[in-house]
Design a protein around this ligand. Sequence first.
Ligand SMILES: N#[N+]C[C@@H]1[C@@H](O)[C@H](O)[C@@H](O)[C@@H]2O[C@H]12
Length: 449
Amino acid sequence: MIELVKFPKDFTWGVATSSYQIEGAVNEDGRTPSIWDTFSKTEGKTYQGHTGDVACDHYHRYKEDVQIMKEIGVKAYRFSIAWPRIFPEEGKYNPKGMDFYKRLVDELLKREIIPVATIYHWDLPQWAYEKNGGWLNRESVKWYVEYASKLFEELGDVIPLWITHNEPWCSSILSYGIGEHAPGHKDWREALIAAHHILLSHGEAVKVFRDMNLKGAQIGITLNLTPAYPASEKEEDKLAVQYADGFANRWFLDPIFKGNYPEDMMELYSKIIGEFDFIREGDLETISVPIDFLGVNYYTRSIVKYNEDSMLKAENVPGPGKKTEMGWEISPESLYDLLKRLDREYTKLPMYITENGVAFKDEVTEDGRVHDYERIEYIKEHLKAIARFIEEGGNLKGYFVWSLLDNFEWAHGYSKRFGIVYVDYETQKRILKDSAFWYKGVIEKGVIE
Ligand SMILES: N#[N+]C[C@@H]1[C@@H](O)[C@H](O)[C@@H](O)[C@@H]2O[C@H]12
């Protein structure tokens, strides 16, 4: 007996991308460098020195890509807007840069695909970084609000869903603390300062959004969340989970939904960074202004054991499940656990899975196809976890596959393929993978078998 898992008729089936990862055209129509242009051109920062100079050439091929979305039947397209196209210099608006997004949105609306815009997906203008370190400078909040306000003015009447930030954990901790992403700093105090200013900019942008009273438009934020599990039943491993959870999840969930940073993490971090003198009166009220939805990016879980020598008192141990090309354990059941926890402890607001997907070694076979069965299996199992949550009354409104296209996977360059559409970077030819055809069927029927 084949088990059929049904989704609500109005479920939002989508795909997601981001500007620096697919657009290319880095010097076109007034765009100036972002921190990722600089970082990717810095020796040793990306796989084989790959950059986003050309990427998927989406800036020129966007009509073809929107047509592909139509063929797959997606209902919504989550893309990000490149800040350096809109404000190539401080205070200098670039209408030509905005015009690209107006053309893109027109194409989407012509095909009845809902545009979902991420305001910041990591491509900070280089000019902002050069003013005392970008997100380290509290002025970044002002620059960001000026940028977001212009987007609301110019596109607020045609884009119904706005995401202020993509994965603030990555644009602060990974970028200013761990150093794997642009601008590549390795300073814990800087990481927490950047996180604070990014969250503050989120809150200030939401306030402006509310004041503009954009009919039918909603605003939220996308967090990458990684549920942590203990390596054993030992009390010390459970303590390791508490800190791993605070590090990955609560440091962002708590200020947004509870109006405070988690006490246990403040105590832990204060031993490393000293005073939290960058937090001012009223900041947490701003950060926790009400939003309309939460975007959740989910890829994997973590399993941790206690390690006295680690700053977080936690050390990752590999999970028993199958691993992806990124080395991440496949754990759809942890997505179910995560959603139930968010519902229980944080919010009853609508949620969207704004990214879920997987990298495997995709190859074009002799028949000219890409038989990515493992990706179909991955998406199917995660959709089943989502369906179970919805079945139990969970307020989950949509799912965006990461990604529409194979693209520039940050420090991994083009070595990791996440797309449901294969990109031959030599020719820029697009090939719908088997997963794209499978996803088309799921969208058409609203069920998975
Ligand atoms: N890695 N990985 C894939 C994917 C990345 O390509 C996106 O840009 C991020 O939002 C998030 O990290 C997830």
